[in-house]
Design a protein around this ligand. Sequence first.
Ligand code: UDP
Length: 241
Amino acid sequence: MGKFNQREMIYEGKAKRLYATDDPDIVVVEYKDSFTAFNGEKRAEMSGKGRLNNLISSEIFGHLAKSGIPLHFIERVDELRQLARRVKIFPLEVVLRNITTGSIVKRLGVAEGAKLPRPLVEFYYKDDALGDPIVTEDHALIFGWATEGEIKQIKEITLKVNDLLKNLFSKLGIVLVDFKLEFGRAGDGALLLADEISPDTCRFWDSSTGDRLDKDRFRKDLGNVLGAYEEIWRRLGGRAN
Ligand code: UDP
């Protein structure tokens, strides 16, 4: 990619800041040290968290790129920043579950920790004020959040990402329990996997001990939160440069 000029901040979210560059199609994504859970009700700052999520997310995106997953990610710039293609994000959070835990157990009263017969894909409407309610594909179509073709592509990519990451993490002694993806459209119309893939957005369980190696350590006050993120980074090969 070479040199780029970081310009004004264009967006600040809970975990990342976006900056413009001289190229209108490229943004800088900067990872923050903040933790939030329960729709922003629980918050904390942990020094080093932004670095770990940037390293982990970049490594995972690099792995997916090799298998042809269309990504907004271009490259990691340094310990806190990535370059990415500018996209317009679909207002949908796409959750894929291999094992039951978290909100599905609360919502449906199903058993905790049960392996599902096949991956379950769910859509949530991205709206903090509404608490990101679960929706059906029909809601997305009828309210114009995505077209039928886009939903089909989004589901196909999500299932492929699951296969690739389940395989990657199982070799590292980690069970990929569930994860959340976001998608966007680039200026040229390409549908791209966007946002981040990190212990903030996935549930990782150690295959032998069952230890939680993800944001559930923060949500449930299990302690050693950054130690778990560090462990994910270490198992991924953990070298910053
Ligand atoms: N998730 C996320 N952002 C959200 C909600 C969920 O990244 O706003 C991830 C979460 O980390 C987990 C998966 O999506 O890997 C499923 O989360 P769940 O619906 O069980 O919600 P939670 O229990 O986190 O409320």
